[in-house]
Design a protein around this ligand. Structure first.
Ligand SMILES: [Fe+2]
Length: 191
């Protein structure tokens, strides 16, 4: 089993242990920490292309898992809200996810996980800039708005649902992760 696969397996296991007696917002913010950590590697000027490629093996599945599960739970709640501002936040988040999914598809088609070029490097910076801005907007504007409009118990109810969706999406992602060579020398798992 490659290190990337093992890392995803550990994340998968940790989803079972995540506290579902907490608000979905805390769990989403916890998952943002993974994304931030990996994006700092992906855009680090001193980091080797090999290390960045290894990081992509983890970043793509974890972003896809998080974003799709968030859409199915929190965004769905926002889109059905009576308040215009809340609905708009949900739709805006969805649009930003769609753009990120598209850039990820392009990077995969370019073979970013196994080859390297200036074009790939540039596109990764565009993706990281988009996702960093998206996460910042969520944490600074969307989530506080959500906490003002929905009760703590409503947000706690969503947690279990979010975690179940994460498991389904991560399982799907793991099925498509190639058995890559182990790069345990360059990756750390920080859960
Ligand atoms: Fe999001």
């Amino acid at each position: 089993m490659s290190y990337e696969t093992e890392t995803l397996r550990l994340l998968r296991q940790s989803l079972d242990e995540e506290d579902d007696e907490t608000s979905i917002i805390s769990v989403l913010e916890h998952h943002h920490k993974y994304l931030r950590e990996y994006m700092s590697i992906l855009t680090g000027p001193e980091i080797s292309p090999e290390h960045k490629q290894a990081t992509l093996y983890l970043f793509f599945p974890i972003f896809n898992m998080h974003a799709k599960a968030e859409q199915d739970t929190l965004y769905r709640l926002l889109q059905g809200a009576s308040n215009h501002e809340v609905r708009l936040e949900g739709l805006r988040g969805l649009d930003e996810h769609e753009i990120a999914f598209e850039i990820i598809r392009e990077l995969q088609e370019m073979g970013a996980e196994t080859s390297w070029s200036d074009e790939i490097d540039a596109k990764i910076h565009v993706l990281a800039g988009l996702i960093k801005g998206h996460i910042k907007e969520e944490e600074n504007a969307m989530y506080p708005l959500v906490e003002r409009h929905f009760s703590e118990s409503k947000l706690m109810d969503l947690t279990d649902n979010y975690l179940e969706k994460c498991k389904i999406y991560l399982d799907m992602e793991m099925e498509s992760v190639p058995s890559a060579v182990s790069r345990s020398d360059v990756l750390t798992f920080f859960y």
